[in-house]
Write a protein that binds this ligand. Sequence first.
Ligand SMILES: Nc1ncnc2c1ncn2[C@@H]1O[C@H](COP(=O)(O)OP(=O)(O)OP(=O)(O)O)[C@@H](O)[C@H]1O
Ligand SMILES: [Mg+2]
Length: 328
Amino acid sequence: MANANQLKALVKSHADGDDTRFYSVALQVAAGAARSGQAHFAQDLRDLIDELRKNSEQGASKRGGPVPVAQPRGDLAGLLSVSYPSTRMADLVLDPEVRASLDRVIVEQRQHDRLRAKGFRPLRRVLLTGPPGTGKTMSASALAGELRLPLFVIRLDGLITKFMGETAAKLRLVFDALAETRGVYLFDEVDALGGERGRDNDVGEIRRVLNSFLQFLEQDQSDSLLVAATNHPQLLDRAMFRRFDAVIDYPLPTAPIARDVIRNRLAGVRLGRVTWTQIDKAAVGLSHGEITLAAERAAKDTILAEDESVGTGRLVAALSERHSRTNS
Ligand SMILES: Nc1ncnc2c1ncn2[C@@H]1O[C@H](COP(=O)(O)OP(=O)(O)OP(=O)(O)O)[C@@H](O)[C@H]1O
Ligand SMILES: [Mg+2]
């Protein structure tokens, strides 16, 4: 039988999560038992160890290492692209209201089992609206990152043009996937279903797709989180808004938010004693994305010029350059 030291080693290696040591001590116990004539017990113990080891190796390969990416195959390939984002909420600089709404989604999604056990559903269909570059797509990545779920991206405009005439059928495949594989499903550019944009698009086709989309949204009982994004909410059918549990509106950054976007992006380089009021002025009207690009430009200019720190002049120049691009 196990002696006191062996027992201690077993308990300790278990607490440390040291499987190798745990099984090696257990095998010593089995060997000891065999020596003292307990052949039956020794054999049982060895068999048990073999079995547990095999299971834990399979479990470890499931948990550890790179997450196996379930690549959409067959008909689904070309409809969805999948990734496992490492983006976190802390990477985003957000309006407090937007942050609070996203945090709420995360809390409810994390506890979806508890809510469901009492007959409630977590928030799981959210619509993100706002100008380009305010962080809608990035938020979908951060939701997936925080919830450790795969992110599936569906581009509706692509879906419609690519599968003219059979989009509604393709959409069904996407919603089947939603039910089958829990994940964050981002329907980007959902305004493609608005119809009014439809230059060469067949309006009848779009109407059909919109109706199926609304129907699928309503019928969806999956555990997946569905995120739709648009920068043209005015193009969306009113019926669409009702299908979402939350509509989150992304505003352009205020001055304090713009400052944080710059600080965030320049976290790895030295920021001089800058005159923020001048920077605030230069950043007005720019999106988070544009401010990020301007901060990157100023940082690179600083590094290439071998200057000590990023200063007001470079930041203002880069922000102004963004303005002239946007207006041109
Ligand atoms: N709120 C934010 N905080 C920090 N960085 C941001 C934020 N919003 C945008 N960015 C930066 O801008 C880039 C583009 O943002 P993103 O693609 O999320 O914008 P979007 O709102 O989806 O725009 P579009 O409507 O054009 O799709 C991001 O990769 C990131 O570098
Ligand atoms: Mg986007």
